[in-house]
Design a protein around this ligand. Structure first.
Ligand SMILES: [Zn+2]
Length: 644
């Protein structure tokens, strides 16, 4: 093992990405241009990609790219049109998990420093393209035209573009998208162009009837940050270069809820430094969007669950803004270093939230975050590498390792470092870190070396003491599964109060506690603590308690879906049958993957028939990656035949 590690370290100087089949070390993709003709009714895309590769080895004969269920028609040299031989190498049991290899035989041997320009003609459809959610027009609010949205992270971009699908490689991205229906508006990662900068690669019948959109991004990005939406959507300015995009019916309400976007941007820049990407646009997607948010540059996606009506859900928007620095400018090199994106991002998010909502509120967020990370660790197993900040994703789809663990343990590590280094110098460290690694993909080893050097240089008197403390915990914190080796201080009366109220409910066995009305003043994060206490002690929660809580707080069909989700978890754990219709309504209206995975797991255990019936009902509403995840969960609970 040590020998192998040394070999890798000596050869590449950094950790390789085990989740790509591309030969990205010998040859690196520099630029990807795509030309797509969208057929949203047929759920089909006619595509051509044009790429520039830089050769990094001395005898390059082939280029291997990642693909997932793509139909490859031809590969040819951009300049001459000469067709190149290609093979699809089927990866056996990895084929449906992580995809296959498109292996392209070059026309000669290439050497270090040369560039290769290639075009690939291909097509894709809704069956194979697991990065895409195709909604029929009936699934949209206005029901006029269909809707398309993508989710490439972690490694789903290979299901829409043949490329080096690894965060180790950053590319310039440009696109031409053609649509047949002029009512369909398109947005992609990058700036929308209005002057037809890119010549068309193909001839189209009836070209004048097509609407053409073009996009360009002048900063390199990893493939997982490529995103698209197409549908009847409009954008509305929220001031100072910030915009909200949504279906027309919702745009005014959403823009109102997100009217503080310019202020969030200002606060973030004051803390971490200038924003370099251009206009900040946030799309509020239809309900089947599987995540809370996704940080594509210039085109953040967010779930409608963040729109609560009182701005209490907009922490997600602040999180996605923070990714403009951590994740998008400095990027984790592979999925084992995902915490380099997310841990830093949560740290920045909570820095700004503590200014806006106070430190006690942020402590509640940290408590809630840690509790969902711990739930994931219990599901993975406390000694499983997925319960560490550095998951081993060899031969796995890295999506399987996705959980709050890297977010929260990463946040806790940075908070601990901040207490060692002190608040103002730590802010300087973060700014220097961004400056030093901007536009690069890095791993935790590079971060670690940079941190130690920075402390040596900037904390002269205390530096040795601080370095010793860091060295004591670093390896354990990053590599070992389970809870972090040091617990950060999150004590707050808000937590104690919510726990005491929940305990009083349980002890009352159906009597209403004296302080019951406190709950009505709670913000969502304090409600979440209250409900988490009941979840942790669900075996002691009697049906009479559930009935009274529901009467008092009206939690079934609750409008804030974060709170609703925890209440429904409790309903399924306690087997509170009277609340089941609320769960049914929730899983039919909310497409967020992390919620659905937990709820379907509990449904499978305790309400087998409903699990299968409700999944069948909602399959076409959920995003393909969610359908796959739920199918996997339900395999654990085979369908019971009910004789009527
Ligand atoms: Zn994030």
């Amino acid at each position: 093992m040590i020998y192998l590690f040394l070999c890798i370290a000596l050869t590449f100087g950094a950790e390789v990405d085990v989740n790509t089949f591309s030969n990205y070390i010998e040859v690196s993709q520099e630029h990807v241009h795509i030309e797509w003709l969208l057929d949203l009714d047929g759920q089909y895309i006619n595509a051509t990609s044009q790429s520039i590769f830089r050769v990094n080895s001395n005898k390059l004969k082939q280029i291997d790219l990642d693909i997932y269920q793509l139909n490859i028609i031809a590969v040819y040299m951009t300049s001459t049109g000469n067709v190149l031989k290609h093979n699809i190498i089927n990866k056996g049991d990895q084929s449906l998990l992580q995809g296959d290899v498109l292996s392209i035989q070059l026309d000669r041997v290439y050497t270090r420093g040369e560039y290769i320009n290639l075009n690939i003609k291909y097509n894709l459809d809704s069956k194979g393209a697991r990065a895409l959610g195709f909604l029929t027009k009936e699934q949209t609010y206005s029901k006029t035209v269909p809707y398309l949205f993508s989710q490439c992270e972690d490694n789903n971009c290979r299901s829409i573009i043949p490329l080096q699908d690894t965060p180790s490689i950053k590319i310039y991205f440009t696109a031409t998208v053609l649509v047949k229906d002029p009512r369909i508006n398109v947005f992609m990662t990058g700036n929308k162009l209005y002057n037809m900068k890119f010549k068309l690669l193909n001839n189209y019948e009836n070209l004048q009837a097509l609407t053409i959109y073009q996009f360009e991004l002048n900063i390199k990005i990893p493939a997982y940050l490529i995103g698209i939406i197409a549908g009847e959507v409009v954008e509305k300015s929220t001031g100072n270069g910030t915009y909200v995009i949504a279906e027309p019916h919702f745009i005014d309400d959403y823009a109102q809820e997100l009217s503080d976007l310019p202020m969030y941007m200002k606060e973030m820049q004051e803390y971490i430094g200038p924003y370099i990407w251009g206009d900040y646009k946030i799309v509020i997607l239809p309900a089947s969007f599987p995540f809370g948010g996704m940080e594509h540059p210039l085109l953040t996606f967010a779930s409608p669950t963040i729109i609560v009506g009182d701005k209490s859900g907009v922490g997600t928007a602040i999180h996605e803004i923070a990714h403009s620095w951590v994740g998008n400018t400095v990027t984790g090199r592979n999925w084992a270093n995902f915490w380099i994106n997310e841990g830093f991002c949560v740290f920045l998010e909570r820095k700004i939230l503590s200014k806006l909502n106070g430190l006690d509120s942020v402590k509640l967020d940290a408590i809630n975050g840690n509790s969902s990370a711990y739930t994931s660790m219990q599901t993975f197993g406390l000694d499983n590498s997925f319960s560490s900040m550095h998951p081993n994703t060899t031969n796995r789809n890295p999506d399987e390792a996705t959980s709050r663990v890297p977010y929260e343990k990463g946040y806790q590590l940075l908070t601990y470092l901040e207490t060692l280094i002190q608040e103002d110098p730590f802010q300087k460290f973060l700014r220097d870190y961004i400056e030093n690694f901007k536009f690069q993909s890095i791993d935790e080893d590079q971060l670690y070396q940079f941190l130690l050097n920075w402390v040596r240089k900037n904390k002269q008197e205390d530096s040795q003491k601080i370095i010793t403390e860091i060295q004591k915990v670093w390896k354990k914190w990053v590599y070992e599964p389970g809870l972090a080796p040091i617990t950060i201080d999150v004590t707050t009366p808000l937590f104690t109060n919510a726990n005491n109220l929940a305990k009083a409910w349980i002890d009352g066995k159906g009597e209403i506690p004296e302080q019951a009305n406190d709950f009505l003043q709670y913000k969502p994060n304090q409600k979440s603590v209250f409900l988490q206490y009941l979840i942790d002690n669900y075996k002691d929660v009697e049906t009479a308690v559930m009935t009274k809580i529901d009467e008092q707080y009206k939690l079934t069909f609750y409008k804030d879906q974060k709170t609703g989700y925890k209440w429904y978890r409790l309903i399924l754990l306690v087997k509170y049958d009277q609340g089941l219709e609320g769960v049914h309504d929730f899983v039919s209206k909310v497409g967020v993957s992390s919620y659905l995975k937990v709820l379907y797991d509990l449904l499978g255990q305790n309400y087998n028939k409903q699990a299968y019936d409700w999944f069948d009902e909602n399959k076409t509403f959920y995003h393909p990656v969610v359908v796959q995840a739920i199918e996997k969960i339900l395999q654990k609970y085979p369908k019971k035949l009910i004789v009527e």
